[in-house]
Design a protein around this ligand. Structure first.
Ligand code: ATP
Ligand code: MG
Length: 573
């Protein structure tokens, strides 16, 4: 295609609204434009990338035996009420009424719709297993849409839903999707890792997120330095300490700690390291207030806590509640003498001796407090975030930490939805059984954006070959007839050979064309000019390495074929 026929509004300046590199470059290279917060138009170049990612997904889903269908964006409230999610989903679900005052929402995900289809259309075990997928627009009214396509409100997702006769069948489908995801993200040229993910209140162990490793990622991943363990911090288990401390217990004393409310203030004032402190955090569930004890250098894992409490929402208690429960202002809560609420201790706590705790009194802490002698808890369990340096819960090394972008998620659902919506089939004995389900998502735009996070330099995007909007950027740099003739011949030859070519036919200076070409990031640039043609050559530049070669026009096709065969496909780690 010719540049003059496409809208490619490249920007020289950094767009002020963008914080991360993929968002900046998608705007600068003219791939997307914002319409409203989290809502974008895909311009021609951006759409070409999206379509490439979709095509890879489609091929791998088909190969894995899934069948494509397309469900609607608008979905009736009745189905969501059946599963309870009309109430549970909260404000991310964008609701509206039609002209007959009937409630609808814009689909943020499609378990309800597909389960409804299943119960109407599938009757017998003979029809199973089934796996349906679609690539479709989702709407989630995200509280903080940001980073361009990374976290939009309207975005493209591939979602798939499997139905099986039993748990074993569901596991097989899960594994097929897991393997397909590996192939998809490898083909997209991404460096990624599959990590164990939290399964929410549904429970079970089978959920993996596919994380693209990038410093700008919003997710925290822990992985073992020697073994295979890798998990989202939300989920990563923590082992109890192997060796409890056994120093002799000292008598507990109360000390003044004026204005020391935070761990940092207390440790600085008392000159003790944070791991000698026990933090007491008060949480409200809406129904009750609970106290959580963790070591001063540890962070409470609220997901683990929610699971223990069996609730979907918790929040730190406000000053009034803290004062009511501890009789002291915020910042001095402690477990000694704390009454009337349930206390949950992280399992690192009982192993400690002679610790500092809040004194439940203004400007007061207790030192040399001891587990069992001075305080205890109703339950002791794993309640904190794993952190770098912890032993791996699989005993295969020490944990390291990395940032990741969640591009895909595979999830064993079990019978949560089939039970709520009575999605059953008849087994060989004619007995009604619940279908065992799985669901599998990939963010299409987020995958494209993640690729830019991993593949760029100070001049612009460096597309992996498989998802580049064009593979060859043809850049005539003289206005002569000779150059025009050679460019036309090259363009036609390259197209005939199957390359996707963007021909910069503008009458701009060479510098402008080179800048735009580096910004747009096609893997290969072919520069045609009078000087080279006088020597019988054109110049080929590989965007990733910057290496330039002089090639005769008749050699160009075999040369680019060889380069493209060698191009990317980053290994999975
Ligand atoms: P997140 O924790 O990032 O909000 P999620 O757990 O809500 O993601 P899923 O419901 O598992 O995401 O959706 C499947 C996939 O859809 C995700 O892995 C991600 O790639 C993509 N996705 C989810 N929310 C968004 C969004 N707001 N914008 C773009 N892509 C998204
Ligand atoms: Mg989300």
């Amino acid at each position: 295609m010719k540049t003059s026929q496409l809208l490619i509004p490249t920007l020289r300046e950094e767009p002020g609204e963008a914080e991360i590199v993929s968002h900046k470059l998608m705007l600068r290279a003219g791939l997307i434009r914002k319409v409203a917060a989290g809502i974008y138009t895909y311009l021609p170049l951006g759409l070409r990338v999206i379509r490439k990612v979709e095509q890879i997904i489609r091929e791998e889903m088909n190969r894995a035996g899934a069948q494509e269908l397309l469900m609607p964006l608008a979905s009736p409230a009745e189905l969501w009420k059946e599963t309870g999610r009309w109430d549970f989903y909260g404000k991310e679900l964008l609701r509206f009424k039609d002209r007959h005052e009937r409630d609808f929402c814009l689909g943020p995900t499609h378990e309800e719709i597909i389960t409804d289809l299943f119960r109407r259309e599938v009757k017998s075990y003979r029809q199973l297993p089934l796996n349906f997928y679609q690539i479709q627009t989702k709407f989630r009214d995200e509280i903080r849409p940001r980073f361009g396509l990374m976290r939009g409100r309207e975005f493209l997702m591939k979602d798939a839903y499997s139905f099986d006769r039993d748990e074993a069948g569901a596991r097989l489908n899960y594994q097929k999707m897991y393997d397909a995801y590996h192939r998809i993200f490898t083909r997209c040229g991404l460096t990624f890792r599959a990590v164990e993910a939290d399964t929410g209140l549904i429970g079970g162990t089978s959920s993996h997120e596919f994380m693209v490793l990038a410093d700008t990622g919003e997710e925290t991943v822990l992985y073992s330095d020697q073994g295979t363990f890798a998990a989202n911090v939300e989920r990563a288990e923590v082992m109890p300490p192997e060796q409890p401390e056994n120093d002799p217990m000292k008598p507990m004393r109360s000390v003044p700690t004026p204005n020391c409310r935070t761990i940092e203030e207390v440790t600085t004032f008392l000159k003790v390291p944070a791991n000698r402190l026990v933090k007491t955090l008060l949480y409200s569930t809406g129904k009750e207030t609970v106290a959580v004890l963790v070591r001063g250098d540890h962070a409470v894992n609220e997901i683990k806590l929610k699971k223990v409490l069996g609730v979907s929402e918790i929040e730190l208690a406000g000053p009034a509640t803290v004062e009511k429960v501890t009789s002291a202002p915020l910042g001095f809560a402690g477990p000694v003498g704390l009454k009337g609420i349930r206390i949950f201790a992280d399992h690192a706590i009982p192993a400690l001796r002679n610790v500092v705790v809040g004194g439940n009194q203004l400007d007061t802490h207790l030192i040399d407090a001891n587990w069992q002698r001075d305080f205890s808890a109703d339950q002791v369990l794993d309640l904190r975030n794993a952190q770098a340096g912890d032993p791996s819960p699989r005993k295969d090394g020490i944990l390291k930490v990395a940032k990741g972008i969640e591009v895909g998620h595979v999830f064993m659902l079990g019978t949560k939805y089939s039970q709520a919506m009575k999605a059953t089939f008849l087994d060989p004995q004619g007995k009604e059984c619940l279908a065992v389900m799985g669901c599998y998502g990939i963010g299409v735009g987020r995958t494209a954006a993640s690729s830019i996070e991993q593949n760029h330099d100070e001049r612009g995007i460096i597309w992996p070959y498989a998802i580049a909007p064009f593979q060859v950027h043809l850049l005539p740099v003289s206005q002569s007839e000779k150059t025009a003739g050679a460019t036309t011949r090259l363009y036609n030859d390259l197209l005939a050979a199957g390359f996707e070519v963007l021909w910069d036919d503008r009458e701009d200076r060479a510098g402008v064309k080179f800048n735009d070409a580096d910004l747009i990031g096609a893997p290969f640039q072919v520069v045609v000019g009078d000087k080279g043609l006088a020597d019988g050559v054109v110049e080929v530049k590989v965007r990733r390495s910057g290496i330039k070669s002089r090639v005769t026009p008749s050699d160009i096709i075999p040369y680019l074929r060889k380069l493209s065969a060698e191009a990317d496909s980053a290994p999975a780690v």
